[in-house]
Write a protein that binds this ligand. Structure first.
Ligand code: AMO
Length: 439
């Protein structure tokens, strides 16, 4: 006979798994979750249920429970979605030191298939196999730990920026012209015109320092990346900051404080999650600043073939990471290697720019911006771009654009550092890359 599926009816949660603890001894509890383990030991069945906060143990004494409840318990398998009503009892060996002795169980959904991996297995199938049922994959304790850290990190960064007087904005994601180079754009049809998904809110955030002075945006950015790597997504979460009346050095100071605060709060508040992931988040105080020239010297000392003006390829970055495994800034890049909006310094060959690195991984980039319309037009032309296409942007520069600076940070990359992941897809709920458009 197929197992009976119960309706939710008027059952509502009184406790999450984390609230099942010795201090609640004797209280009635209703918990919800999915089955993540069943152990049948003679007269007792131990059921582990997982909810968004962790796990709880349900201990069923077969001879003390009605036949009806027992038949429901016996129909259960991993991934079943259930509700349990019962009494909380202190129990040393149970998670959080307490268990539930049930007097009622509702079966809300039974799995029709066995997933191709178990939640607690040490060896997992390929990422592509897991991602076919990503919502199930996300029930793994490691995945849950990553996304709890993600949530905390986002909250900390947003809180830091608000506390420092930055104004949160949202800018359009459908745009008319490229800002970060034409190759990596996703085109789309906007009514009868060609438009693109935004690669970054660069021009909007610069314009918004005119009314708001200090702005930030946390929003997706889109890049049609042609190569499949472990640190590129087609859609990533970009943390963008822009500020009037400062230069790139002030902005690096802000980033340094933000990273220090982030590391302190994750290491303090995500202990359990970091333990699940087998990693630690060290405290950060100062982030060293290396000029591009000093990096070239470092590379030459390691027999690397590199000329002034070259970009830092992944092979070169691997060599640098041997000496600089944690955070560091590479500052004062050749002007020609940076976008048109970055300000050249008093030596026009060198720009007021930086990349924030962690080992070989680029986390953020930024700089002082050009605030003179004339210079901006010259730089657009030097880059082979047509100023006409940027008229809507250049127009506001006639009305007192202040000196300003800012940065854009790839949030998933920062999370890779915090959670010690090698593949950026693991820190994105539904990653998008060249080969993945579902789920
Ligand atoms: P940039 O193009 O360097 O600069 O991007 C900023 C940061 O975004 C992250 N990033 C990515 N993360 C995942 N997948 C991708 N495909 C991807 N591409 C970029 C990186 C990178 O450092 N407007 C400037 C920023 C500024 O000057 O304010 C910009 O977009 O971590």
């Amino acid at each position: 006979m197929p197992a009976k599926i119960d309706s939710l009816g008027n059952w509502r949660r009184t406790h999450y798994s984390k609230d099942i603890k010795p201090s609640e001894e004797g209280k009635e509890a209703t918990v919800f979750g999915w089955v993540s383990g069943i152990r049948n030991q003679g007269g007792i069945v131990f059921i582990i249920i997982t909810d968004k906060d962790g796990v709880a143990q349900i201990t069923v004494h077969k001879n003390k429970i009605s036949k009806e409840v027992l038949s429901r318990v016996e129909s259960l398998s991993d991934h079943a979605s259930i509700a349990v009503k019962g009494k909380i009892k202190a129990m040393d060996k149970a998670p959080n030191g307490a268990e539930i002795i049930p007097d009622g169980v509702k079966v809300l959904a039974l799995p029709q298939k066995t997933p191709p991996f178990t939640l607690y297995a040490k060896t997992l199938p390929s990422i592509d196999k897991r991602f076919e049922i990503r919502a199930v994959d996300l029930r793994r304790p490691e995945a849950l730990a990553i996304f709890r850290i993600r949530e905390k990190a986002l909250e900390t960064i947003r809180g830091f920026l608000k506390d420092h007087g930055y104004y949160e904005v949202n800018t359009p994601k459908i745009i008319a012209t490229a800002t970060e180079g034409g190759a990596a754009l996703f085109p789309l049809l906007y009514y009868d015109k060609e438009a693109f998904l935004t690669q970054s809110p660069q021009l909007f955030k610069e314009q918004l320092v005119m009314p708001f002075e200090k702005v930030f945006e946390i929003a997706p950015a889109y890049r049609a990346e042609q190569s499949r790597t472990l640190h590129h997504l087609s859609e990533f979460l970009s943390i963008d900051v822009e500020e009037a009346f400062v230069d790139y050095k002030d902005i690096m100071n802000t980033i340094e404080k933000m990273i220090a605060k982030l590391h302190a709060s994750i290491s303090k508040e995500c202990n359990k999650e970091l333990e699940t992931l087998g990693t630690k988040v060290p405290s950060i105080e100062k982030i060293p600043r290396m000029t591009y020239d000093a990096i070239l010297e470092l590379l030459k000392g390691k027999d690397a073939q590199v000329e002034w003006g070259d970009d830092l390829t992944s092979e070169l970055l691997d060599k640098i990471a041997e000496e600089l495994p944690s955070y560091y800034f590479v500052i004062d890049w050749p002007t020609k290697s940076k976008p048109f909006y970055i300000k050249p310094s008093s030596n026009p060959e060198i720009s007021e720019s930086f990349d924030l690195m962690h080992g070989s991984l680029e986390i953020a980039s930024g700089g002082t911006r050009l605030s003179s319309k004339k210079e901006l037009i010259n730089r657009l032309k030097e880059k082979g771009l047509k100023p006409k296409g940027f008229e809507y942007h250049l127009a506001v520069f006639d009305y007192g654009m202040p000196p300003h600076a800012g940065f854009g940070l790839g949030f998933e990359r920062l999370l890779m550092v915090l959670t010690n992941q090698k593949n950026i897809r693991e820190v994105s709920v539904f990653p998008r890359d060249q080969f993945r458009l579902t789920p």
